[in-house]
Design a binder for this molecule. Sequence first.
Ligand SMILES: [Zn+2]
Length: 75
Amino acid sequence: MKKSEVLHALQSEIRRHSFDTFVDEPPSVAQGGNGVVVPGCPTCRKRFHTMAQFVDHLADDILPGVLNRLSTGSE
Ligand SMILES: [Zn+2]
């Protein structure tokens, strides 16, 4: 696999994730439930509070998964 293809795969996966807010345990309060809006990654529904934790999420949760997919796809 070319380096440029690996880079593209990593970039597109990283772009799916963001440090944003999402509603934990929907429905939200606005819909009559008791869900709370929390900071974290909406894609993974993973809660964290700092940019450092978001970077750890990408490094520890996302990158190994992409590399595993790439290696199984090319072997
Ligand atoms: Zn995520």
